[in-house]
Ligand binder design. Structure first.
Ligand code: NAD
Length: 445
């Protein structure tokens, strides 16, 4: 593939309406091509975090009293610019995070829609603003997750200090650039780049921060929850989990395989709602596995910007290593690897991995753990009741974020909608019947 030349970006913090830098920097690289830097980003220290919180705090009085129309105008401007620049921003997102270009453009469009939806929300609903809200986000959805948190906070009249995952500093910078031009008063929105240990921890500890909106791993989420609880501030937490897809004997095999490939391997499985447990009734098991193997062999894993790529690279080296270790550990525990599961080389140096499919048992570690990669297991179910029980079992005891069922039986579909213990979020709970044969219950990402 011809390498396009993109100059590395210079990524700064956005504090009190202006760009500012730090003595320490880091580099974000393209996971499809490790020889291509995306940008050099500033890494804040605790003093920079405090300066951002101070500026947000100083801006809050004016912003909390700003009329709904003013808030709506700013949010709408952000949403419109995201939408208008979807191709260019999608390209940046694909280069920095490793999603395929169509997946990345979809994410930009979604982020734009979220800002516009909250522009409406500002006009139609009034909620009590809290003050300075810390927004802390992971690398998996560099625009969609920050969009939901930032738009919700701004629409209610809060001020924001945004701390993205370091790996996607370029996307965060691009979003801050758009927000900075939307007409918000200086200090209402701030971006601080850098590590979780320094920037994230300091944000949660700063006493002017009145609420934390966090998405990330269970481990980090637990420490954010502890620190927030110690200060008795509001916290909105989205952490790990994984989804399940049940395939019953009466399902259409090709529909089931479409749902399983998209659910388990779409976005490289790097979403907490990925269907990494494929629970298959005995009578269809052989046909389903054969069809899965055929489809998996035809998938093209390559550079995220290459036309025809179905799956881009894993986003970063530690996630790739974790995926490979998970597969190795599962084999040791007795699971049977029937496809992929290894790192592969392509024309460019990148974190490419062949999606893995394993035959496993419910009690195995791989079935219980949040994988967050292109790794799925097939579990055997005796009948619908057994399948539902397997889908509802989670290691943490929390409901699964998403669950699906492939069947042609309306009776089972109806029962599943009522009895699947999948997660429900007040803002994103979704129950859809996409096709007569597939029911999905849960959240969208
Ligand atoms: P992570 O927990 O390592 O980091 C998330 C954010 O927290 C980053 O910005 C990080 O810098 C920051 N952080 C790290 N230490 C911190 C600390 N001590 N205090 C405050 N902030 C700190 O997660 P990640 O590796 O970026 O993302 C992958 C994880 O996110 C997966 O575990 C996945 O399940 C989860 N995730 C959940 C959802 C959801 O909606 N529930 C969506 C996407 C990803």
């Amino acid at each position: 593939m011809k390498r396009e030349s993109h100059l590395p970006l210079v990524l700064k913090h956005y504090v009190n309406g202006g760009w500012t830098t730090s003595a320490t920097t880091g580099v974000s690289v393209n996971p499809s091509d490790l020889d291509e830097p995306i940008g050099e980003y500033a890494r804040a220290d605790a003093r920079m975090v405090d300066a951002a919180v101070d500026s947000a705090s100083a801006a809050w009085r004016e912003w909390s009293r700003a009329g709904a129309a003013r808030r709506a105008r700013a949010l709408d401007a952000i949403g419109s610019e995201l939408h208008a620049r979807r191709a260019e921003l999608g390209c940046l997102l694909a280069r920095e995070q490793g999603k395929t270009l169509p997946e990345a453009i979809d994410e930009v469009v979604h982020a734009g829609q979220v800002f516009r939806a909250f522009a409406e929300e500002a006009v139609h609903h009034s909620s009590e603003p809290l003050g300075v809200v810390a927004v802390i986000t992971p690398w998996s959805f560099p625009l969609a997750i920050p969009a939901a948190k930032i738009a919700a906070a701004l629409s209610a009249g809060n001020c924001v200090v945004f701390k993205p995952a370091e790996l996607v500093s370029g996307c965060a910078w691009a979003l801050a650039d758009i927000i900075g031009r939307s007409g918000l008063p200086a200090g209402v929105f701030n971006l601080v780049l850098g590590s979780g240990r320094v920037v994230g921890a300091r944000l949660v500890a700063n006493e002017m921060v009145r609420a934390v909106s966090f998405t990330g791993s269970v481990t980090t989420g637990t420490s954010v929850l502890r620190a927030s609880a110690a200060r008795q501030i509001k916290v909105d937490l989205d952490t790990g989990g994984h989804g399940a897809l049940i395939v019953l004997n009466d399902a259409n095999v090709s529909t089931a395989v479409d749902a399983a490939i998209e659910g388990a391997y779409g976005l490289n499985g790097q979403r907490h709602a990925a269907s990494s447990k494929l629970i298959v009734e005995q009578g269809i098991r052989h046909a389903f596995i054969e069809a899965m193997l055929t489809r998996l062999s035809a998938l093209r894993i390559d550079h995220a910007l290459k036309t025809g790529t179905n799956i881009g690279p894993v986003s970063n080296d530690s996630q790739l290593q974790r995926n490979l270790d998970t597969v190795a550990m599962a084999i040791k525990e007795g699971a049977e690897l029937i496809h992929g599961g290894r790192a592969i080389e392509r024309e460019t140096r990148g974190y490419f991995m062949e999606p893995a499919l394993l035959l496993a048992k419910p009690e195995m570690q791989i079935t219980r753990e949040d994988i967050f990669g292109p790794v799925a297991v097939v579990l055997a179910a005796d009948d619908y009741a057994h399948a539902l029980d397997l889908a509802n079992r989670t290691a943490s005891g929390l409901p699964a974020p998403c669950a699906g069922l492939c069947t042609t039986s309306l009776k089972h579909a109806r029962h599943f909608r009522r009895h699947s213990h999948s997660h429900s979020h007040s803002h994103s709970h979704r129950i859809t019947v996409d096709r007569p044969t597939t029911v999905t219950v849960g959240v969208s990402r």
